[in-house]
Design a protein. Structure first.
Lengths: 418, 327
């Protein structure tokens, strides 16, 4: 077929496809965009141009009854702006023959162009993020932080805080590991000025394929039950607390901390978890008025913490933890003295708005902290409540792709060796 | 890339259908191999029991630690119908320790045996040969065997002012007759008779001021026993009772010596293919005293758990069972 004839045939067939679809689009413009079919991100999309030079995105859809229809979506926003975040489309004049369909006979349905996972495209063709991963973000926040000291009957209600922090967590499916780093994380409260911040921390968890304990029961048919011992480790570098519990002339600098972690439960993507940790730390407490180092300490610590994302799209998060430590003074007059620290906290965060696809969230957190390693006049027990908002940058769409189940992974490994 | 899912599916199908057969392991539908048969005769055992114990006139409920290393060998030979199968049960450091029930010179209360063995010979067609002319062959309705024991130590601290005793079973041996003739491991019913030699050291209030008593049973140690276990080695039951009239260096002939014990053993669960057993143990013994000490009666009814690390086990193959299914 000569090129000119092919062009005419192509334009004719596209006219048959595009015009009714466009008419239907206009007719249903008042309808909710959710009622319109959407092109599937994971399937092939063809970009075709009609006789007027307008470009459309076309995708073949096979229905459950075996019939075929064509989804046709404009390749631009209603404002005329090119579509953002669309899949690469195929361009060919022989698209219909490639699909083995007759465009004149196949029904055409006006549709909305595809959007990547975690994103949504409205009926005007505008795309926006509807899923967020709050374990991958840089955040800034501010809020109200009342504080209570029950053992002295005191409370401070006129305190505010600002916070910031970077967190990046990613899954390595091949190694069955999740790595999480946090940096420059902390908050400053005022006007009773205090600082609590961490320079850097790292966590790793690995989902094992071999069960740690295999239980076989012998009541009736023998059955095997596997319990996995998914382990990990973590470390923290430079955790600074300026005026902990309001202690004047006191800075607690934890130089380093390292721990092993056991995950008795975690989600299939190692995102949600319940974790038990045990490790050691070391640091010092300093006077801030030029008195020099007060005491260095080192000792064991342990804790239990949990983190859950409650919904599919990453809008609701709950975390909680209990921790304890036994810092032992290693120099000075009190060398060998064992001090104690304990804390419990729980928090909730919910995204309620996104600005330019950057989520704005409400953060609620409450905690109790008890320690006897501060001067005697400083209250040992302090309760804090954080109520504030966080603005998160980055926060990509939540990827819930699970790891390959352990027994399948083992079988694949065996086949690979075989 | 498309080949891998097919290989995986094929592998899983092979694994799912492949039963371990005569081995002690099976493979489930997920391709996981685990042990379902055990050998209670070949294991290193360690457990803790608790229950009622009576030592003389005193009753106690202090815990008991059970220990032992057992190994069962089953060599066989001979032609069909004349095949001979031995069942050689060896036990080392087998016994019970009660670490919180007092001591004798720092040694806790215990009843343990350095070594004991039962060697049972099974033939499909047992017979006796009479040295007549011509020699005659007669059916003999027993399996025969030998039992040997050496180094049994029973340490009994003083209770309510009674004597401290250390009883050493220096040696014991017996000839066994088994009318059950099952030929199956762990299954026998035996009648035994043989000699034994015991040495007692006892003193009141402590053993340091004690005396030594030699006890000799010249083929007057008579006992009977029965033991049973299922084919998978999950449940076993044993009973033994013995009467051993003997001559004592102090007190002369004693005819009241008697001891019996009953044991029930059931695998509840296996952890990493190591069975955890529920154990029920009961026993009673009457041991004669001397002219200066009373007869000692001991009884116990104990229950608890023990672990049996298996020393043997026929896997599906030399390596990983799942690989053998592919082959």
């Amino acid at each position: 077929m000569p090129p000119s004839l092919r062009r005419i045939a192509w334009a004719g067939s596209l006219l048959l496809v595009a015009l009714p679809a466009q008419a239907q689009d206009r007719a249903s413009s008042s309808a909710r965009s959710d009622g319109k079919p959407r092109l599937d991100w994971s399937k092939d999309v063809w970009c075709v141009t009609d006789a007027q030079g307008r470009e459309f995105r076309v995708q073949e859809e096979r229905l459950e009854d075996g019939s075929v229809r064509l989804l046709v979506a404009p390749n631009e926003e209603a404002s005329g702006k090119p579509l953002d975040r669309v899949a690469a489309c195929k361009r060919s004049n022989d698209w219909a023959s490639t699909l083995r369909i007759d465009p004149a006979r196949v029904p055409r349905v006006s549709a909305i162009a595809e959007a990547p996972p975690g994103w949504h495209r409205d009926h005007q063709g505008r795309v926006f993020q509807v899923s967020f991963d709050l374990r991958r973000r840089f955040l800034v926040g501010a809020g109200w932080q009342p504080s209570m000291r029950p053992d002295q009957g005191e409370q401070e209600l006129d305190r505010a805080f600002v916070e910031m922090g970077l967190e990046a967590s990613w899954l390595n499916p091949d190694q069955r590991m999740r790595h999480t780093i946090r940096a420059a994380e902390g908050h400053v409260t005022f006007d009773d000025l205090r600082v609590d911040g961490t320079l850097f921390s790292y966590e790793m968890v690995r989902s094992s394929t071999a069960p740690m304990l295999r239980f076989t029961t012998f009541f009736g048919e023998p059955q095997r039950y596997d319990t996995r011992m998914d382990m990990g480790f973590g470390l923290r570098v430079l955790h600074v607390q300026h005026r902990p519990h309001g202690a004047d002339d006191r800075v607690d600098v934890e130089m380093g901390e390292a721990h092993a972690a056991w995950y008795p439960w975690h989600s299939a993507d190692l995102f949600d978890h319940v974790r038990i940790t045990a490790g050691a730390m070391g640091g010092g407490q300093y006077g801030t008025t030029g008195n020099g180092p007060t005491a260095y300490y080192a000792g064991p610590k342990a804790g239990i913490d949990a983190f859950f994302n409650l919904d599919r799209d990453g809008f609701h998060y709950v975390d909680a933890g209990v921790a304890g430590a036994l810092p032992i003074v290693v120099d000075g007059d009190q060398r060998g003295t064992t001090r104690r620290r304990a804390s419990v906290e729980a928090g909730y965060e919910v995204i309620f708005l996104a600005i330019n696809d950057q989520p704005l969230s409400l953060r609620l957190k409450a905690g109790l902290d008890w320690r006897d390693d501060l001067p005697d006049e400083v209250p040992r027990l302090e309760g804090n409540v954080f109520t504030g908002m966080r603005f998160s940058f980055w926060a990509p769409a939540r990827d819930r792709t699970p790891l390959v189940p352990a027994f399948t992974q083992r079988a694949m490994d065996d086949v690979g060796r075989f | 890339m498309r080949l891998r899912p097919l290989l995986v599916a094929g592998f899983l199908a092979l694994a799912a259908t492949g039963r371990a057969g005569a081995s002690d392991f099976v493979t489930d539908e997920q391709g996981r191999t685990f042990r379902v048969k055990f050998d209670p005769g070949s294991e290193l055992r360690l457990g803790m029991l608790g229950g009622l114990q009576q030592d003389g006139g005193a009753r106690s409920i202090d815990p008991v630690i059970v220990t032992g290393l057992g190994y069962r060998a089953q060599p066989s030979g001979g032609m069909k119908h004349e095949q001979v199968r031995w069942q050689l049960d060896h036990r080392v450091l087998w016994g019970q320790v009660r670490p919180w029930a007092g001591t004798v010179e720092g040694v806790p209360r215990l009843d343990a045996t350095l070594y004991s063995g039962v060697y049972l010979r099974h033939t499909d067609e047992p017979f006796l040969m009479l040295p007549s002319n011509p020699p005659r062959r007669m059916f003999f309705p027993f399996d025969v065997g030998v039992e040997a024991e050496g180094g049994r130590v029973r340490v009994t601290p003083s209770v309510d002012g009674a004597s401290e005793r250390v009883r050493v079973g220096a040696a014991r041996a017996a000839v066994l007759l088994d009318p059950l003739r099952s030929g199956e491991p762990g299954n026998s019913l035996f009648l035994a008779v043989g000699p034994r030699y015991d040495i007692d050291v006892q003193g009141t209030p402590t053993i340091t001021a004690g005396s030594v008593v030699h006890r000799v049973a010249p083929f007057t140690d008579v006992s009977a026993g029965w033991r049973w276990q299922d084919r998978d080695g999950l449940t076993s039951l044993s009973w033994r009772g013995g009467w051993f009239p003997h001559w004592a260096s102090r007190g002369g002939w004693q005819t009241s010596a008697f001891e019996t014990c009953l044991g029930l053993d059931r695998v509840l669960v296996a952890v990493n293919d190591t069975p955890v057993h529920a154990v029920l143990d009961a026993g009673y013994s009457r041991y004669p005293g001397t002219d200066s000490s009373a007869t000692l009666e001991e009884g116990r009814v104990l229950a608890g758990l023990r672990v049996g690390w298996q020393l043997k086990g026929s896997r599906p193959g030399a390596g990983d069972g799942r690989k053998m299914h592919i082959n």
